[in-house]
Design a protein around this ligand. Structure first.
Ligand SMILES: *Cc1c(COP(=O)(O)O)cnc(C)c1O
Length: 407
């Protein structure tokens, strides 16, 4: 009989979003008339920018004509998109089009990147965390079993708490790979230049690699908050950056993202030979991937057109105004509120005596609002809940009203 990858059996069965789905389904089955508002999963709600729609329509027309038809594209992504990214998203940061690897999104990228790293690395993740980083490490065999609290043996957990402003302290021990995500999902926190510099300095000193997830870069409002890890001195020697068009351009269903891999990031073989990470990822990509589709890459390129930029700015403004309404409503209720200032997530301390799942059930049953329990993102998320600002204005206003009636 075919052997399976036993590591998959270590994954905790009660993964966050299926459990939320189960509770929501049970509630709506018992209460079919409930007017549920979903602020749980971090999915965008507003329509694709017109500039993107037009570019994708045009690309489809090109494919429909024999003279302009295109088949397989370059595995690394079309030059037109990689150049637009380098010029617009990384201007003056010393990143070239050649450093950009276009993909079908960051979820896949943050998981797939483990292909090129060997066993035996010490891997650090924040707690709470975007669950993809953890589960992909479990799947590939980088961990032991989970304990009662759901923490996997072998991973280094970096607590992110109100005390450290949800940016982890530099660890005492040496780690080889660390995942950082700022602005953060789920806490909505952003990291300062000094905090990121401390992490880059640590990585350089310890020959570690930082996997920097900047999916929420577009939501940064504060001019002092770094938008890219490459704004930090030394980062080109130790960091990869993951970017996605999902949250800024509304591409969660369209699918496009990219990884930035500078030439100067290296790993080592077992015998100590230095190997370029970019060279490995390039090899991996050309073997296992055939690129994001042409219309999608044309759509992504349009995000950087003057019209596209203006439309993305309007989308960000819409979601961030939602975040402000949610923040203000929770603050007025006397709740302790974090995030929502440079990220579309508001992270709220549960009222006294309620766990994250208690609060989830209370919101679901008494306010018909779906939130995300903080404990689903890790043990240190217990006692918090996340409200997503990805919604219509009318829904957010209604959520604020229901919150006030509830508490
Ligand atoms: C939404 C999100 C992404 C983007 O994922 P895609 O696969 O590109 O849609 C990446 N990282 C985090 C933390 C996210 O929340």
């Amino acid at each position: 009989m075919a052997r399976i990858n036993d590591n998959f059996l270590k994954l905790k069965a009660g993964y966050l979003f299926p459990e939320i789905g189960r509770r929501v389904a049970a509630y709506t089955e018992a209460n079919p008339d409930a007017a549920l508002i979903r602020c749980g999963i971090g999915d965008v709600t507003e329509a694709l920018p017109k500039a993107v729609q037009d570019a994708m329509h045009k690309a489809v027309d090109e494919l429909g004509d024999r003279d302009t038809f295109r088949g397989y594209g370059p595995e690394q992504g079309y030059a037109f998109l990689r150049e637009a990214v380098a010029e617009n998203a990384f201007a003056d940061l010393g990143i070239s089009a050649d450093d950009i690897f276009v993909s079908d999104g960051s979820k896949c990228d943050t998981g797939n990147i483990l292909d090129i790293f060997g066993p035996g690395n010490t891997i650090a993740i924040t707690d709470p965390v975007y669950p993809v980083y953890v589960d992909t490490n479990v799947m590939i065999g980088n961990t032991g079993e989970a304990d009662e609290a759901g923490r996997y043996e072998g991973l280094v957990y970096l607590p992110c708490t109100a005390e450290n402003d949800f940016v982890p302290a530099i660890p005492e021990e040496k780690v080889d790979i660390v995942y950082l995500c700022y602005p953060n999902n789920p806490t909505g926190a952003s990291a300062t230049r000094e905090q990121l510099q401390a992490w880059v300095d640590y990585a350089l000193k310890n020959d570690a690699i930082i996997l920097y997830d900047a999916a929420y870069e577009a939501f940064i409002q504060d001019a002092d908050v770094p938008r890219s890890i490459y704004e930090i001195e030394g980062a080109k020697e130790c960091a990869l950056e993951f970017r996605s068009f999902s949250k800024n351009g509304g591409f969660t269903g369209v699918r496009c993202g990219y990884i930035v891999i500078p030439d100067s990031v290296f790993g080592t073989t077992e015998s100590g030979e230095k190997i370029s990470i970019k060279q490995l990822w390039s090899r991996r990509t050309s073997t296992k991937f055939n690129g994001a589709s042409y219309p999608v890459q044309r759509g992504a390129e349009a995000i950087f057109s003057p019209e596209g930029k203006a439309e993305v700015a309007a989308l960000v403004e819409h979601y961030m105004a939602n975040a402000k309404l949610l923040r203000d409503a929770c603050t007025e209720l006397g709740l302790e509120v974090f995030g929502g200032e440079n990220a579309p997530y508001v992270w709220v301390a549960c009222p006294e005596g309620l766990t994250s799942w208690d609060m989830f059930d209370k919101m679901l049953q008494e306010a018909n609002v779906v939130i995300t329990p903080g404990s689903g993102f890790g043990a240190a998320g217990e006692g918090y809940f996340r409200i997503s600002a990805f919604n219509s204005r009318a829904n957010v206003e209604e959520v604020c009203k229901r919150l006030k009636a509830l508490l």
